[in-house]
Structures are given as structure tokens and as C-alpha cells.
Ligand binder design. Structure first.
Ligand SMILES: [Zn+2]
Length: 270
């Protein structure tokens, strides 16, 4: 079994900025993007989904290895909203940072320990972080069932203000009942709450997925596109992914490239 690292979360931006005082963050400045999960060592500037050069720190083999991992499972077009890619020394496997209020620009940061881990573990974290970018973009409109249009939920904006017609909104509508959404307003990233949900609902692909809808989607997305076996009880989440052509195309392309990760193992809930 290959260990799976955890992601610190996608919405650090809104937690830092708070309220209506949004300013676009500098994708190449550690002080601007914040270093809440550790010290950033180096950052690539990313343009049109491609590395446009090192914009902070010194050349770093672990940064390069991590970028190659992400680039192996995504196309430049899929990475178009990425503005920078960083390596840091600190907590968690990685994190995704929203850089602007419109959720049109992002930074992905990978922990050095993740970068130095087994290639399948690194690829898992890259797929997971990419899911946060993928679901945040407002243009990422789900073509299936319509969901109600509502405003962002309060100042913290649990869904990154991505709009209620995107994948994550539809996902939340389908898999997260109202009482659990209300519970999130008090504890959005609480391991004890995740453990409770995992015990009571076998539909999650592991305990970390039960943290909140964003992590639920990201874990399920990573498992799907990397063809990682999931518990039979999580089939409805697999079906969600399988009903979307863009996500299926990613999975098939990754499989054809020999980059599936069948050796990864997810824990089960319920
Ligand atoms: Zn995450």
C-alpha cells in the first residue's frame, strides 16, 4: 500500500482575505500568497498552462519533479487558470491557493515530502490539487441536473464563489444533505467531524473525503482519473465522474499514457 498524503485545502485565500476586502495575490510572492502551511522554497511562473520560468527561489529538482507529475496527467488547456506552482517545506501533502476573487487564477503548492515520495503518491496529490482548480472555475459548468442558483454562503464562501452551476455545487447538492452543510459552517475542516461522517456514510472514498464537499470531490476525482480502486459503496460518486465527458477523457488519456495508479489504496467508510 502506498501512503496518501493529505491536502490542506483550497480556500486559504478567502480565509486570509475575509469579507469584501479581496485583493488579487501575487502568484510569485510568498508573502502575498501566504505561507500558512510552511515555508515556500521556490515558485514557477505559469503561463498558458506551461512553466514560464522560475520566479522565486533557486532551481529545485523536487519542484521540477512535481511539475512533471502534474503535467503528465493534465493538458496545458486544463491548466490554463494556473498562475504559479510552488514547493514548500511544512504540513500536509499540498494545497491550492485561489489568487483572485473571480476564481480565475490559482497557485498549486506541493510539500517537499510529497515531491520526494513514491511517484504514484505524488501523482495522487497532483490529481487532488488539480481537482480544486478544476471545480473552482466559474466556467466549469455542469451539463447535467440543474441546481438552484444561490449567493455565496457568507463571508467565508465555502464554495470559493465559483457559482452554483459548477461541478462542485452539483456534487454538494447531490451528496451533502442540508444538516451536514449546516454543520460545515461551524467546522469546515474538522477531522473529528470527518471521522463521524465517514462512520455513518459508506459513500465516501475514505475519511479525508468526508471533511467537506471540496475534499470529497477532490478525493473522488483523483481516484477516478487515476483508476484507483474505490469501495463498492462509493459507486454513486464514481457514476458522477463517469457521467461527465471531460473527466472520462482525462481518465482515458491518463490510462493510455500508462499513468494510472492501481497500487494506491483508499480506506473505506461506513
Ligand atoms: Zn484538498
Amino acid at each position: 500500500m502506498i501512503a496518501l498524503a493529505l491536502c490542506a485545502g483550497a480556500w486559504l485565500y478567502v480565509l486570509q482575505a475575509g469579507g469584501d476586502h479581496f485583493t488579487t495575490l501575487d502568484p510569485c510572492d510568498p508573502q502575498s500568497v501566504g505561507e500558512g502551511y510552511g515555508t515556500i522554497a521556490a515558485i514557477y511562473n505559469v503561463e498558458n498552462g506551461m512553466v514560464a520560468g522560475l520566479c522565486y527561489g533557486a532551481p529545485d529538482d523536487d519542484l521540477f519533479r512535481s511539475w512533471e507529475s502534474l503535467a503528465g496527467i493534465t493538458t496545458p488547456n486544463e491548466r490554463a487558470s494556473l498562475r504559479s506552482f510552488a514547493i514548500y517545506d511544512g504540513e500536509f501533502g499540498g494545497y491550492t491557493q485561489q489568487l483572485d476573487r473571480e476564481a480565475s487564477q490559482f497557485m498549486i503548492a506541493v510539500n517537499r515530502s510529497t515531491a520526494q515520495s513514491h511517484s504514484q503518491s505524488l501523482r495522487w496529490v497532483m490529481a487532488h490539487e488539480f481537482a480544486h482548480v478544476f471545480t473552482s472555475h466559474e466556467s466549469n459548468v455542469w451539463s447535467g441536473e440543474k441546481v438552484p442558483t444561490v449567493d455565496c454562503l457568507g463571508d467565508q464562501n465555502l464554495y470559493g464563489c465559483a457559482g452554483w452551476n459548477n461541478y462542485l455545487a452539483t456534487w454538494t447538492y447531490q451528496f451533502w444533505p442540508d444538516p451536514e452543510i449546516e454543520a460545515l459552517e461551524l467546522a469546515y475542516r474538522d477531522p473529528a467531524e470527518a471521522a463521524r461522517r465517514c462512520r455513518s456514510d459508506a459513500g465516501f472514498v475514505g475519511e479525508y473525503a468526508a471533511t467537506n464537499p471540496g475534499e470529497d470531490f477532490a478525493q473522488s476525482f483523483a481516484a477516478f482519473i487515476l483508476s484507483v480502486p474505490v469501495p463498492a459503496s462509493a459507486q454513486s460518486r464514481v457514476n458522477f465522474m463517469a457521467s461527465n465527458q471531460a473527466i472520462v477523457q482525462m481518465r482515458d488519456r491518463i490510462h493510455a499514457a500508462g499513468l494510472s495508479s492501481p497500487d494506491l489504496q483508499l480506506s473505506s467508510c461506513g
